[in-house]
Design a protein around this ligand. Structure first.
Ligand code: MN
Length: 300
């Protein structure tokens, strides 16, 4: 099935806004409240014409309403498909591939089928990008590690090229895309962990401390600052340097690590069984915004 949508979504009106929404984790009310704050209609939920949402994955698990979250997003992908860009998280991947970790919850068969339809139809992909003035952002669930950027992607210099290459691996090199490191394998860190699984403090940030960023990044999944325990996660010798380079926004639950060449912005609010409020989407007002969908018809 080929997605019935243009290969590149462009929103070139100057006033267009892009909001990048972090991990939802089954918290329907939190998602709806944030979308309303961004201008969605209070009754119908319809997004205003000037807004595109990018959601970084992990829609499901932990919170009380995973199935309703999937249904809500399916409505946007059906009725406002050029205004919702859905990325895959490791929790969605549990239903797209053989499960790789034990989890006490399961979404309904209907929700599972919905996720598989998005994936097969190219409506859910691994990467996208947004350009805003001089800065461009590559957006993935867990971030692209320096090792993955160099070794698997061939060191692309632009976020757009990186997003296109990453999405072209869907169905052709899923092993690389879904490569996990310390989050699945304990002490075994993988500086080339893939963009669905990279651990922020142990795998994503240390590699870029030694490598000039070709572009900025936005990711969910994990954070270097543990918002619950209110302290930086310490993975290795680079922890103090990384903490010093990281700016925290408590109200939004955003962290921004400023490195040579760009910054890496984490927006996972860290929701558990209960939502971790307050939190906000990362908002961009790009002069030119573009979201790069992946290839369609990848199969599973
Ligand atoms: Mn995740």
């Amino acid at each position: 099935m080929t997605p019935d949508r243009p290969d590149t979504v462009r929103a070139e009106r100057p006033a267009h806004r892009v909001a990048v929404v972090g991990d939802v984790a089954g918290h329907l009310d939190e998602l709806r409240t944030e979308l309303r704050r961004l201008g969605a209609d209070g009754g119908t939920g319809r997004l205003p014409d000037d807004l595109t949402i990018i959601q970084v994955g992990d829609l499901v698990h932990r919170g009380p309403a995973s199935d309703a979250v999937v249904a809500l997003v399916d409505g946007y992908l059906t009725h406002q498909p050029t205004q919702w860009v859905q990325l895959v998280g490791n929790h969605e991947a549990q239903y797209l591939r053989d499960p790789v970790f034990d989890w006490p919850e399961r979404i309904s068969d209907r929700s599972r089928d919905t996720l598989r339809r998005w994936w097969a139809g190219g409506q859910m992909r691994v990467a996208t990008c947004v350009g805003a003035d001089a800065e461009s952002f590559l957006i993935t669930h867990a971030g692209v590690t320096a090792g993955f950027w160099r070794g698997t992607l061939g060191a692309p210099s632009s976020a757009e090229q990186a997003a296109t290459t990453i999405n072209s691996l869907i169905g052709t090199d899923d092993g690389a895309l879904f490569r996990a490191g310390t989050m699945l394998h304990g002490r075994r860190r993988a500086r080339s962990a893939g963009p669905v699984w990279a651990a922020t403090a142990a795998e994503l940030l240390p590699g870029w401390l030694a490598t000039t960023l070709p572009f900025s990044q936005i990711h969910g999944h994990d954070s270097i600052f543990d918002w619950q325990r209110r302290r930086f996660r310490s993975a290795d010798d680079s922890a103090d340097d990384l903490a010093r380079l990281t700016v925290l926004d408590e109200e939004a639950k955003h962290e921004s690590t400023v490195l040579a060449g760009g910054r890496i912005i984490g927006i996972d609010p860290g929701h558990g069984g209960r939502p971790h409020t307050p939190w906000r989407a990362w908002e961009i007002r790009p002069r030119r915004a573009q979201a790069v969908p992946g290839v369609g018809g990848s199969g599973i």
